[in-house]
Ligand binder design. Structure first.
Ligand code: M6R
Length: 369
């Protein structure tokens, strides 16, 4: 069943290129246009949408955080992202023009289900992004876009996360297409890059041995910090969550711009800090800022583990360990930047003798509060 792998998690990490490709399959036509008729919300209804609210838990919430950057950039529709467990007990402002996106691998997460019921009671339309056919969340939603990751068995979510990202990009691009916002060269280029991205994920997987080695060398550490900016910030949160649940280590993700507002006080000699570096192309201001953040933490003794695009030479002098990822447009970078963090956490868990597929105290699907 594990297809020759020691753990389901390893198998599922390896399946990511296919999962990503399968989730795109049939949804982009030869001309680069998106066809999401299956979601059953008509283009005229989508043109009415004036606010998007994403609700989810855990890793799916991190996918939602990334979706916000894409949705707002490509559609100019305001987008909020909220933990389902918070949203469901609040009095959010919603109406028939609000599109709520509920993201869930299992389709059975209690808080996400309750959040979508809460949204529908107030007249909002709910689109589920889900990996499990016929599960409760898509059944109770107005529409569904299935991720085609295939069954995910390991408690730690990997391929479901990447496909949730793909689904969110598709929704964002589709909204842009039907509304005619930014529908031009930029979007066409993104669609082309998205169609090629599963090969890039494959390339990342082929270069993971040094990441595994690094993970083993850190097995005795107590804390690992993760820093990112822009879409790299949710990636940092996801890297930290993976490490908590698998390695049982203290791990925290921060927005790099917040360092001086507190977290930099945590930096001490030889503390491993993973930094997700945005592309130096495009919005290079983000890149330059993070390079100075790396310098700052290194000057205070941090052991810097830098995830940066191939060809990014500016980071080299400040990286104690350098993990290369292929060049992608900024908004798509999480699809390649998350993979080394999954491998890192999985290997650390193994080195620490933890049960990889069934971490202590956790269940695959949280159907209680
Ligand atoms: O099935 P769901 O996507 O609704 O699950 C949400 C979270 O429980 C889930 O992502 C959890 O955080 C994972 N164990 C993370 O690896």
């Amino acid at each position: 069943e594990k297809g020759g792998y020691d753990y389901f998690m390893l198998k599922e990490i390896a399946e990511q290129p296919k999962a990503v490709a399968d989730t795109l399959l049939g949804r982009i036509d030869a001309s680069g246009a998106l066809s999401l008729d299956e979601v059953r919300i008509s283009p005229s209804e989508l043109r009415e949408v004036d606010k998007v609210v994403v609700v989810a838990c855990g890793t799916a919430f991190h996918a939602g955080l990334i979706a916000k950057y894409a949705i707002e950039h490509w559609t100019r529709i305001p987008c909020e992202v909220e933990l389902a467990s918070e949203f469901r007990y609040r009095d959010p402002i919603l109406d028939a023009r609000t599109l709520v996106i509920a993201i869930s691998q299992s389709g059975e997460t209690m808080d996400t289900l309750m959040a979508l019921r809460h949204a529908r009671e107030q007249g909002a339309r709910v689109l589920a992004v889900c990996n499990t056919n016929g599960s409760t969340i898509p059944r109770e939603s107005d529409a569904v876009l299935y991720t085609h990751a295939g069954p995910e068995v390991a408690v730690a979510s990997t391929k479901a996360f990447l496909t949730q990202l793909v689904a969110c990009y598709l929704v964002a691009l589709y909204l842009g297409q039907v509304r005619g916002t930014k529908w031009g060269d930029e979007i066409q280029a993104v669609v082309r890059d998205l169609s090629r991205i599963s090969c890039e994920v494959e390339r990342v997987l082929e270069t993971m041995e040094p990441v595994r080695e690094l993970a083993r060398s850190l097995a005795g550490k107590n804390t690992v910090l993760f820093l990112g900016r822009h879409v790299g910030y949710p990636v940092a949160l996801e890297g930290a969550l993976k490490l908590k649940e698998l390695a049982y280590m203290h791990a925290e993700g921060f927005a790099a711009g917040e360092l001086k507002h507190g977290p930099i006080a945590l930096i001490e000699e030889d503390l491993p800090v993973v930094v997700v570096v945005p592309s130096p192309r495009g919005r290079s201001v983000l890149h330059d800022k993070i390079v100075s953040n790396i310098q700052e933490i290194r000057a205070r003794g941090a052991r810097t583990i830098v995830i940066a695009e191939e060809g990014d030479e500016a980071v080299v002098p400040y990286a104690d360990h350098l993990i290369r990822i292929p060049a992608t447009p900024t908004l798509l970078q999480p699809l390649v930047a998350t993979v080394p963090l999954q491998v890192f956490a999985c290997e650390l868990a193994t080195a620490r003798g933890n049960e990889v597929d069934q971490p202590r105290n956790l269940a695959k699907s949280v159907t209680v509060e």
